[in-house]
Structure formats: structure tokens, C-alpha cells
Design a protein around this ligand. Structure first.
Ligand code: SF4
Length: 511
């Protein structure tokens, strides 16, 4: 096993620290990069690690896919937002799976997916329990995949309780991305989120359990970053419990070298059977979530494109192709793992990416000299590749972009009910879609029918279809420039939009 995976760890750490304005050399934090950081914004060593990773690079998530394999059923803690017994094939949220796999089945599945989806570059183990509460299964899976598909990046996502015991093994498998879910650094708050943890054959409860968990999480984080492994911190925003406290969490993880912070909304509904769902604990609104993410952005890179995926998700973020790769289907598949054709496909993706960045830069130049404080949000229907290429009626989610004279910045996505059901528009769905993008001034689509168009206009959201199949950022900047011109000439008046709802059911499957 190759334990010394990063030759110049000190150097990489220093570069991450300098880049973020944190860590070893001190500094005051930097807001400019975020998870949208591109090639020019990151040190080469870091860019090489994140450029094909859809979760660590917002830019990459438009082009590259990931998959999770559900080999880790057991968990060593209980979170009040989790119920792994609840399974619905149409639902996407962490902890949900349709089938559990053995390491051998998982390895076959990875090869089957990698042969069918050449832009699948990352394999993550994220449950449905905790990968490190199932270390034999997790590491056996990594071993099998490292042998047969060495170009695939290995990733894991853990609650951190067992992490310090496994850091050397993780480094030995060249896992250079680890996600730790950290919802608190104050055990009093932790006791409201975690009823118990199980450690060294003993169950701990209350503040004692939360203290043990936070100590182990932060220790594990330090051990990973010392080895040059990029760490992402997931935090679930639970209004009234840890929402304000997450600013402290952000500082604590930043000072220990975390690369990215992903603050996600609590998904909470009674039918999930979770403690929070049953006691009526609400999730945050879109504005509450964005305000918290914005306030932490000055401290470190923020992830805003997380889809809170199922533990057996497959495909681009936001799409789920897991139904194509059930155990029956993959066991019957002839798998031909062709590294050359995967690389040729990925070279094409890179060409597309370069063209997209060039188009954005060109359009951005037209905003130079514009003076305006206006900042607004727009929603975009897309199937990926950074293009406006989805019909309004077929969109299962919308990307949300913030536009200002500084350009277009990705700020999140909103899942919605499908409007078009079997060829007809569904009025109830339209209402929920409008509520989900109610904070947006416009919605960019490849195509839209007359009925939803007029309802959107009535709701104050402009449907924009003149940029069909063009690049998102370039089109959004061009639309924003025209919007500013109209405001400046007095043709329209700029109004501030209201709040929007985050969908709690989190359905992803097509009807
Ligand atoms: S849950 Fe978030 S971090 Fe994990 S694969 Fe999905 S998008 Fe990436």
C-alpha cells in the first residue's frame, strides 16, 4: 500500500492556505474563488485534483459525472435528520438507496457505468450508513476499483467518528478527496442533533456523545489536511438549532485547512420518519440559506451545487441514472472498459469547456464600465454542459445564477415538480415551480409553451427562450446588460423579488 501519496505535502498545504488566505501563513480570508474557482484561480496542483471532480469544482459539475456505490449499510451514530429505513426510488437525499451491494458487485457496477458514461470520473462511498463504520467493505471496494479502473478518483464521505483510525489507510488508497459532515463544534448544540454515538463498543448519549464526535471530527480533519488530502465539510443548516452556529463551524474547519464548505438545507418531512420530520422541524428558506452561505464565503470556498444525492446516485449532478444500473442489469452486462475511448471523450469535454469560458469572457468585456448596484437572480433549465438546453416542461431542477456588473455567479439549484406530465401541463406543478424560483427575475429555457409563459409573466418572472442551446453565462450576461439598459432608459423599473421555497420532497425521477 502506498501511504506516502503526496510528495510535497507541505508545499501543497501552503498553496491551499495561501489561496484561501487561511491556515499556515495566516491571512484574512478570501471571497473571490468559491467553488466556482477555475484553472486561473487555483494553484496547478490543486486544479489538477479538482478539475474533473463534479463536487469539488462547480465548473466541473456541468461536464463530469460521479457515482456512489452503496456498500456501507451500518452506521455508528444517529442523526435526528436521518432514517435509513425509508426508501423511495423517486427520492434523492443522503442515506436513501434502492439496493445494497457487495464490494464485488460494486466493482462490476463501476466498470459498467464507466463504460457507458465516459465522463464519469469519480466514485464515492457515502453510505447508506457510514463508510468508516464498514471499513472492510469500503476498502475492499477501493482495492478492486483501483486495480481495474485506475483513472477513477476515489472519494468517501463520513460522519468523522471513526476517521482518525483510518486516515493512513485512506491515504494509502490515494483517496485525495474526503467529505466530513460537521454540523456543530459546540456539544450543547450537538446534543440537539445527535441522540447517540457508538464508539469502542459503548453507546454515548447527550453532550458527552456530541463532545466525542466533534473532537474526533476535528482531529480527523487535521490529520487529513496534514497529508495534503482535500477535505470538504458538509453542514446541514437546521433553523433554530445550528443556523447561526454554522459561522463558528466555518471558522473552525477553515483554521484546520478544509478546502470547501458545503452548507446544505435540512430536508425534513414527516413521511421520512426522522425525528426532525416528525417533530415539525422546518428547513431553511432559499434566502436564509443563501444569506448564510454568503456570510461564510468571505471565510472560505463555499460549495453551492450539492444535490444531496442518494447513496447510490449515478450520473451528472442533478440527473440520476441509477435505475439503468440495477444489480440484475449490471450482472448481465458485457463490460468493455476502454481507457482510450474514455480519454478521447474527456478531451472533447475539455474543448467544450474552453469554448464556454472564452464565450463568457468575451461577453463579460461588454459589461466593463457599467455602473450599477443591481444584483438579481435568474433560473436556468439545463441538461448540463453549461448550456440552456432543457425545455421548461421537462426540467426537474433549475440552476440559479446571480447577475451583477461583476458577471454571472452560480448560487444554487432548485428542484421542482415536472410541469409536463404525459404531454400535458400540470397546473399544480406550475404553482410549485413558481414558488421555487419566486426570487428570480427571469427563467432561461430552450423552449416553453404559451400557458406557463403567461403564468410566469403574471408572477413577475420573465420567460427567456431566445438563447436556446447557447452557453448559460454568456447568455445571462447578455440579457443582464439589456436589462440594465432598460432600467437606465426608464423603460422598466427594477424591483426586488421575494423569497423562494426549497422543495422538501426532493423528488428526482421523471414521471
Ligand atoms: S451529495 Fe453533494 S457532494 Fe455528494 S456527490 Fe452529491 S453533489 Fe457531490
Amino acid at each position: 500500500m502506498n501511504v506516502g501519496t503526496v510528495a510535497n505535502v507541505e508545499d501543497v498545504l501552503q498553496k491551499v492556505a495561501e489561496h484561501k488566505g487561511c491556515g499556515t501563513s495566516g491571512g484574512s480570508g478570501k471571497a473571490s474563488c468559491g467553488s466556482a474557482a477555475g484553472q486561473g484561480d487555483l494553484p496547478t496542483e490543486i486544479w489538477e485534483k479538482v478539475k474533473n471532480h463534479p463536487c469539488y469544482s462547480e465548473e466541473a459539475h456541468h461536464h463530469y459525472a460521479r457515482m456512489h456505490v452503496a456498500v456501507a449499510p451500518a452506521c455508528n451514530i444517529q442523526c435526528n435528520y436521518c432514517n435509513r429505513k425509508y426508501d423511495c426510488a423517486n427520492e434523492s437525499r443522503p442515506g436513501v438507496v434502492s439496493e445494497k451491494l457487495t464490494p464485488e458487485q460494486a466493482a462490476k457496477k463501476v466498470l459498467a457505468v464507466a463504460s457507458t458514461i465516459p465522463q464519469m470520473t469519480v466514485l464515492g462511498i457515502a453510505g447508506p450508513g457510514d463508510p468508516l463504520a464498514n471499513p472492510e467493505k469500503t476498502f475492499k471496494t477501493f482495492e478492486l476499483i483501483a486495480k481495474t479502473a485506475p483513472d477513477i478518483k476515489l472519494c468517501l464521505s463520513t460522519n468523522g467518528l471513526a476517521l482518525p483510525d483510518h486516515v493512513d489507510t485512506i491515504a494509502g488508497f490515494n483517496v485525495d478527496h474526503v467529505t466530513i459532515t460537521i454540523n456543530m463544534v459546540d456539544p450543547e448544540i450537538g446534543a440537539k442533533i445527535y441522540p447517540w454515538v457508538f464508539w469502542k463498543h459503548k453507546r454515548y448519549t447527550g453532550v458527552e456523545a456530541a463532545k466525542l464526535l466533534t473532537d474526533r471530527q476535528l482531529q480527523g480533519l487535521e490529520m487529513l489536511t496534514e497529508r495534503g488530502i482535500l477535505c470538504k465539510i458538509n453542514s446541514v443548516m437546521i433553523p433554530g438549532i445550528n443556523d447561526k452556529h454554522l459561522v463558528e463551524v466555518n471558522k473552525a474547519v477553515k483554521s484546520r485547512g478544509a478546502f470547501l464548505h458545503n452548507i446544505m438545507p435540512l430536508i425534513s418531512a414527516a413521511e421520512h420518519g426522522t425525528v426532525f420530520g416528525l417533530n415539525g422541524q422546518r428547513g431553511p428558506t432559499a434566502q436564509e440559506l443563501k444569506a448564510l452561505q454568503d456570510s461564510c464565503e468571505g471565510e472560505m470556498n463555499m460549495m453551492r451545487h450539492c444535490r444531496q444525492c442518494r447513496a447510490d446516485a449515478v450520473g451528472l449532478l442533478g440527473e440520476d441514472r441509477s435505475a439503468e444500473f440495477t444489480t440484475d442489469k449490471i450482472m448481465a452486462m458485457e463490460v468493455n472498459y476502454d481507457l482510450d475511448s474514455r480519454q478521447a471523450y474527456q478531451a472533447k469535454v475539455e474543448e467544450e469547456r474552453v469554448a464556454k469560458v472564452a464565450a463568457k469572457q468575451e461577453e463579460l468585456a461588454t459589461l466593463a464600465g457599467e455602473m450599477s448596484d443591481i444584483k438579481l437572480l435568474v433560473a436556468v433549465a439545463t441538461k448540463g454542459s453549461g448550456l440552456i438546453n432543457e425545455h421548461f416542461g421537462h426540467a426537474k431542477e433549475f440552476q440559479v445564477w446571480e447577475l451583477s456588473t461583476a458577471g454571472a455567479k452560480f448560487v444554487g439549484h432548485r428542484r421542482v415538480d415536472l410541469y409536463c406530465q404525459g404531454g400535458y401541463g400540470e397546473e399544480d406543478s406550475l404553482e410549485t415551480i413558481i414558488r421555487a424560483i419566486n426570487d428570480c427575475h427571469a427563467v432561461f429555457v430552450a423552449k416553453i409553451g404559451g400557458c406557463p409563459k403567461s403564468d410566469l409573466i403574471k408572477a413577475g418572472i420573465e420567460p427567456v427562450d431566445q438563447f436556446a442551446h447557447e452557453f448559460i453565462e454568456k447568455s445571462a450576461i447578455s440579457w443582464f446588460k439589456a436589462y440594465l439598459d432598460k432600467v437606465n432608459s426608464g423603460e422598466i423599473e427594477h424591483v426586488v423579488r421575494g423569497d423562494a421555497e426549497i422543495r422538501q420532497g426532493a423528488l428526482t425521477a421523471a414521471a
